[in-house]
Design a protein around this ligand. Sequence first.
Ligand code: SF4
Length: 93
Amino acid sequence: MVQVNGDVTTCCLDEHLENRLGNVKDTPLAALWAGPTLRAWRIAQARGDFARSGPYCTRCSWRSAGAMPREAVVRYLEAEGEGALAARLRSAP
Ligand code: SF4
């Protein structure tokens, strides 16, 4: 989500910007999207570790990572060198 002032957060639920990644006036959106913080938070969500996927996610009851098709998550993890996690997700029931 990009707020009217350019602040970027992971999520439409994050009205107080607890998961703030930066501001598009300082950093291109593509760099925030591909940056180390969001990468780490994505992988944490794929692990089901919402305590490490952004401060706001810790107490969120939506946990939207499951909305992403599993094969897309597996492909992302493989591309990011997270093969063991990708394999675990692929074989999960
Ligand atoms: S876990 Fe909740 S707060 Fe975190 S990105 Fe998903 S929906 Fe948003």
